[in-house]
Design a protein around this ligand. Sequence first.
Ligand SMILES: Cc1cc2nc3c(=O)[nH]c(=O)nc-3n(C[C@H](O)[C@H](O)[C@H](O)COP(=O)(O)O)c2cc1C
Length: 221
Amino acid sequence: MSNAVASRRSIRAFLPEPIDQSLLETVLRKALRAPSNSNIQPWHVWLVTGARLEALRDATRARSVVPPAFDERPFPVYPEPLEDPYAARRFHCGERQYAAMDIAREDHDGRLRYVYNNHQAFGAPAAMFLFIDKAAGPSQWADLGIYLQTVMLLLTEAGLDSCAQISWSVFHSTVRAQLGVPDHLTLYCGLSIGRADPHAPVNTVIADRADPEEILHILKD
Ligand SMILES: Cc1cc2nc3c(=O)[nH]c(=O)nc-3n(C[C@H](O)[C@H](O)[C@H](O)COP(=O)(O)O)c2cc1C
């Protein structure tokens, strides 16, 4: 599993070839061993492939344009305002991708169109959608992240690529309606799943990390 931790990275352009359905289902089932506070397992998971995923892309394509016609977001993705160091890290994350795609800073619409590729699941042949009960609190949301990471690592171990996508939250009602998800659940994020397009410039991005000294406080006697 430590190899998977080191080698997993977000892939933002996928080959269209379908992935063996039983492999996908095995990963999602194995990940159900993820821990959660008091073992309440607050995750609700939908897996979409083939015609259903295509229908979802169709439902968002014409609305994911400049200017967009999004659903109202169910929750703010960042605090307003987002302060440093988080704002700087977020900026850097985006800049690395725009540079790889050769999209200039002043090309505002081009940048938005790039971001809106999220809603085509980056061309992936499979997508997982992760939902949580509307009544859930911060501890349950953290549990969801643990399930998500467990899935991503198991996918890496199985030779598959993925990208978590909170960007789907701008289409939360649409996703819910398309997949038949009950009203009491909120969409946390999507996860595009497939095999990386080896020729896509965006897939050359390897996100760096903050200096460990900024984060780790190791107290010694
Ligand atoms: C919960 C979550 C949501 C994310 N949402 C998006 C997204 O909407 N679009 C995107 O391109 N990347 C998204 N990412 C990927 C992050 O940008 C990525 O994990 C981070 O830049 C570190 O890069 P790495 O995954 O390649 O290590 C998300 C990651 C997580 C964990």
